[in-house]
Design a protein around this ligand. Structure first.
Ligand code: NOJ
Length: 522
């Protein structure tokens, strides 16, 4: 593992998201746990992963499957205990894998002792730790709608005659970061995990922790749009600056990755501050982009315009625990393979959602097995580890498996050198060993219709990537590509050898080295 000397280790690392309920089951109870993760760290090291982000494993009533936190400094018994966490960190570090914890600063569970105290009376010292407002019992204080249920983001508390705010479920009351005690308490939480060896945090709803104290109505057309910028308030920026200043005092150079759930790359860029807020923020517009060359060219141009001039570092993410998997959205394994090439060769930190390296699709969830209020069960299906009847889980996993677990499981794909799993592994190795690919400059070049061609360059080493988004074979060559060295391709022929690129099949992608530039700047 690169040591503390490498301050910006997160620029070249690839980060792998683990949703702990669904990753690996260490005790056979059908719900994944920290012991399960420990048991699969060798696999992640084999794959070439350099950092993991683990979604919440805190004590929780699980109304939002862990994003409703009842204690920010402990582990829910269903996932293990603090001793298991410590072992996980130790073992991960031994294997060169850093560990990011999911910090949930915007809200707690309604079962958190802070909220229970806050509810106890209007003059309780913790009353102001949450966001309480006066308004008649039949009229919420503003028009905000909470995520998931389509109902007001406010719940009436009859015992004390006020409303409390929750941007998500009623069981997830929003903390009041305008109160310095809340900020201090959350800094203590951050120190708690850094002192235990965590290497950073993915920050839930990072853009919404600061709020305009007037809590003004949203424009009516934005009220129901969960991705609208309605909760993007300037009050958040000083909070992030102080958090960044605090974590920077730690020797492990922790990274702060924000979930800035906005659909405007310019807005997302603002949360990097002047290199004094988030180190990284998810660039969700790319996740929502269609699988077409035009849509991706726009994403790349937008990212270049926002991040390029200020030397901020973009991120790329195609799947996570909140959205249908990109294998499902894009519609075929061929496209998922081409997407892997794209994800792992762009300029910026890529995030892999556990299971995408197996080409997993979302599971089909029968109505009687649906459990998530946000309808996100499909992408949270358990990872099939082997071809056995229970695929490495207990007899009764909490959700059904994704399609074809008998063949589409880690062990079976590991035996097939042509599988998507080996493609991910080859790409990760190439990225690690090729400075131009992880830290080099980035330039889009002219290329045939329906394709995207770009160049990465560092210290004279020029790597090119051609992705064919179209459903037709694309001829690529014309002498310009002579003498190229193909480094990785999604299709068998030529991969790893020397030669021309004559045809790139439908939904194919190729990474190659060439002394000559095979296309003009676009
Ligand atoms: C974003 C998380 O990714 C999602 O899973 C969760 O439901 C909300 N934040 C609320 O914490």
């Amino acid at each position: 593992m690169q040591g503390p000397a490498s301050r910006a280790w997160w620029r070249s690392a690839v980060i792998y998201q683990i949703y702990p309920r669904s990753f690996a089951d260490g005790n056979g109870d059908g719900v994944g746990d920290l012991e399960g993760i420990v048991g699969r760290l060798e696999y992640l090291a084999w794959l070439g992963i350099e950092a993991v982000w683990i979604s919440p494993f805190y004590p929780s009533p699980m109304k939002d499957f862990g994003y409703d936190v009842a204690d920010f400094c402990d582990v829910d018994p269903i996932f293990g205990d603090l001793g298991t966490f410590d072992r996980l960190v130790e073992e991960a570090h031994r294997l060169g894998i850093r560990v990011l914890v999911d910090l949930v600063p915007n809200h707690s569970s309604d079962q958190h002792p802070w909220f229970i105290e806050s509810c106890s009376s209007r003059d309780n010292p913790k009353r102001d730790w949450y966001i309480w407002r006066d308004s008649p019992p039949d009229r919420p204080p503003n028009n905000w709608i909470g995520a998931f249920l389509g109902r007001p983001a406010w719940t009436w508390h009859a015992a004390t005659g006020q409303w409390y705010l929750h941007l998500f479920l009623p069981e997830q009351p929003d903390l009041n970061w305008a109160n310095p005690q809340v900020e201090e308490a959350m800094h203590d939480v951050v120190r708690f995990w850094l002192d235990r060896g965590a290497d950073g945090f993915r920050i839930d709803v990072a853009h919404a922790i600061g709020k305009d104290p007037a809590l003004p109505d949203s424009p009516p057309e934005l009220v129901l749009d969960p991705r609208a910028s309605v909760h993007d308030d300037p009050a958040t920026h000083p909070l992030l600056r102080r958090l960044r200043a605090m974590v920077q005092t730690y020797p492990q150079n922790p990274v702060l990755v924000g979930e800035v759930h906005l659909v405007d790359t310019v807005k997302i860029g603002e949360y990097y501050g002047n290199d004094d807020e988030l180190h990284l923020a998810f660039n969700f517009p790319a996740l929502y982009a269609d699988w077409t060359a035009e849509a991706w060219k726009k994403q790349l141009a937008d990212a270049d315009a926002v991040f390029g001039p200020v030397d901020a570092w973009p991120t790329w993410v195609l799947s996570n625990h909140d959205e249908p998997r990109h294998r499902t959205r894009y519609g075929s394994e061929e496209r998922a393979r081409a997407a892997a090439v794209l994800l792992l060769t762009l300029r910026g930190t890529p995030f892999i959602y556990a299971g995408e390296e197996l080409g997993l699709e979302d599971a089909v969830i029968p109505p009687e097995r649906k459990v998530d209020p946000g309808n996100r069960d499909g992408c949270r299906a358990p990872i099939p580890w082997d071809p056995s009847a229970d695929h490495g889980w207990g007899p009764d996993p909490w959700l059904p498996f994704p399609p074809e677990p008998e063949t589409r499981n880690m062990e079976s794909l590991k035996e097939d050198p042509e599988s998507i799993l080996h493609l991910y592994r080859r790409l990760l190795k190439l990225r690690r060993e090729t400075p131009a690919l992880n830290l080099g400059s980035f330039k889009v070049l002219e290329s045939p219709e329906g394709t995207l061609l770009y160049q990465r360059e560092l210290g004279g080493d020029r790597i090119f990537v051609l992705v064919n988004f179209s459903d037709a074979e694309v001829s690529f060559g014309d002498g310009r590509a002579s003498g190229v060295q193909i480094l990785v391709s999604t299709y068998g022929a030529g991969s790893g050898g020397e030669g021309n690129i004559d045809l790139v099949p439908a939904s194919g992608a190729v990474v190659f080295r060439s002394a000559a530039q095979p296309g003009k700047p676009a």
